[in-house]
Ligand binder design. Structure first.
Ligand code: PHE
Ligand code: NA
Length: 453
């Protein structure tokens, strides 16, 4: 039997969705993606992507989930039996994402510990690869698996398991009510520290100064759209699942805007803090800003330890707070992914929440093992690339076709407008039916071309 779940309050729903949205993506991913794209060059495409695709898709997923009252699998099945597979795709993708997302949270957990003694020493880069990931030596690893990373992966999976096992209101909502205020506080401290460092202004300018010449660069646009999907947790089945627990007459449009703006506001503020710190590093080391950091995925784990080493005061505390923020942001997101998978299994096979969450946690842990080996970073890069550039983009296109064209966007709009405070005009239909699928189709084709080349 499928169980009935509901959020205890509107605030609970908002905190949980913002919790899902605000994650490693806002701190770790947003910083390196905007850094790689020149900072200021990134902001305009990012905002365009938010307004044209991000928010419209969030409205789509909130209303579809709430209307169908189920996981993506059940939602698409209710639409028409033959569309059930459309619902399984995001579940599969989010499960794959989960297996390595948890590993990055567990790195952050390990880095809280390292921060206590600044164990990364004078060369955080070498430390990250050879000590932390243990890519070269075999001291720590048994059969290729890095034991301390494995232990923290188990710990993070266990926390996820306990929260989801306890259900929507008693688990996820309760956890979000603790995590999100705490995270906001940590973010504030980090940002204030970042902007008050000497040289910070130079970095912040890099972040804010628009670089119009880059607007013709398709790579920057692709990165912006990719980041918006990732950061809003859309096309992963997560928001559909969370919205299915909304009480009957809950507002859709308002909640979508609040969640999206809170999330992007968070990224923006963290971005100011991060670029402030990078600006400080550039001044301290007298290096051109562009060369302060070169590692993409490692930005948080290499650049931050470097910055922490240079801080004039309270560097240990700052390090602990920064990596704690990553862990908290990460867990409040990973629980939403676990929930999307658990709910799908619950809907499909009538497994109880307990059974489904136990199976998902164990299977997920097993999947995470790949990323704790010496080849973990290598797999992470490839799988993340495939998942984000192909799978998620395809889900976005299919979702727009099935809901926008076959079910009809106008029908969905007639459903969510009457229960919403703000009314959405027919521009929304155009975004869902034409604009978004065309943009995503272009992204897919460009990725395929660059693959062939
Ligand atoms: N939005 C989360 C982040 O930015 C990641 C996420 C993706 C969460 C997909 C849930 C689903 O870190
Ligand atoms: Na989060």
């Amino acid at each position: 039997m499928s169980e009935e779940n509901q959020w205890g309050s509107r605030l609970g729903f908002i905190l949980a969705t913002v919790g899902s949205a605000v994650g490693l993506g806002n701190i770790w991913r947003f910083s390196y993606v905007s850094y790689e794209n020149g900072g200021g060059a990134f902001l305009i495409p990012y905002l365009v992507a938010l307004l044209t695709t991000g928010i419209p898709l969030l409205i789509l997923e909130f209303s579809f989930g709430k209307k169908m009252r189920g996981s993506t699998v059940l939602a698409y099945k209710k639409l028409k039996k033959k569309w059930e597979w459309v619902g399984w795709w995001p579940v599969l993708s989010v499960f794959v994402l989960l297996t390595y997302y948890v590993v990055i949270i567990s790195w952050s957990l390990k880095y809280i510990y390292y921060a206590l003694s600044q164990a990364w020493g004078a060369n955080p880069e070498a430390f990250f690869y050879s000590e932390h990931l243990n890519l070269t030596s075999g001291i720590e690893s048994i059969g290729g698996i890095n034991i301390t990373i494995l232990l923290s992966v188990v710990a993070i999976w266990f926390i996820n398991y306990i929260i989801v096992y306890n259900g929507v209101e008693k688990g996820i909502e309760k956890a979000s009510k603790i995590f999100m205020p705490l995270l906001a506080l940590l973010m504030l401290i980090i940002t204030v520290r970042g902007i008050t460092l000497p040289g910070a202004v130079a970095g912040i300018n890099k972040f804010l100064e628009p670089d119009f010449s880059q607007l013709l660069n398709s790579k920057v646009w692709l990165a912006a759209y990719g980041q918006i999907f990732f950061t809003l947790s859309v096309c992963f089945g997560v928001m559909i699942t969370y919205a299915s627990y909304l009480p009957k007459d809950s507002d859709i449009v308002n909640n979508s805007f609040i969640a999206a703006l809170a999330n992007c506001g968070f990224s923006f503020i963290v971005g100011i803090g991060v670029f402030g710190i990078l600006g400080y590093m550039a001044t301290q080391t007298a290096t051109p800003f562009e060369d302060v950091v070169t590692q993409s995925i490692g930005l948080a784990f290499i650049a931050f330890p470097k910055a922490i080493n240079m801080l004039p005061a309270f560097s240990t505390l700052f390090g602990v707070l920064f990596f704690s923020a990553l862990v908290i942001a990460g867990i409040s997101s990973s629980i939403s992914m676990v929930e999307a998978v658990v709910k799908a299994l619950n809907d499909k096979f009538a497994w109880s929440r307990r059974k489904a969450s136990t199976i998902v946690a164990l299977a997920g842990l097993l999947g995470s093992l790949i990323f704790t080996t010496g080849a973990g970073l290598y797999f992470l890069d490839i799988i993340d690339y495939f998942n984000m550039q192909f799978s998620i983009v395809s889900i976005g296109i299919i979702q727009c076709i099935v809901l926008g064209w076959i079910y009809k966007a106008s029908k969905l709009r007639d459903y969510f407008n009457p229960i919403s405070n703000f009314q959405i005009g027919s521009w929304w239909d155009i975004m869902i039916k034409y604009f978004t699928p065309i943009i995503l189709g272009t992204m897919l084709i460009l990725s395929l071309i660059s693959e062939i080349k």
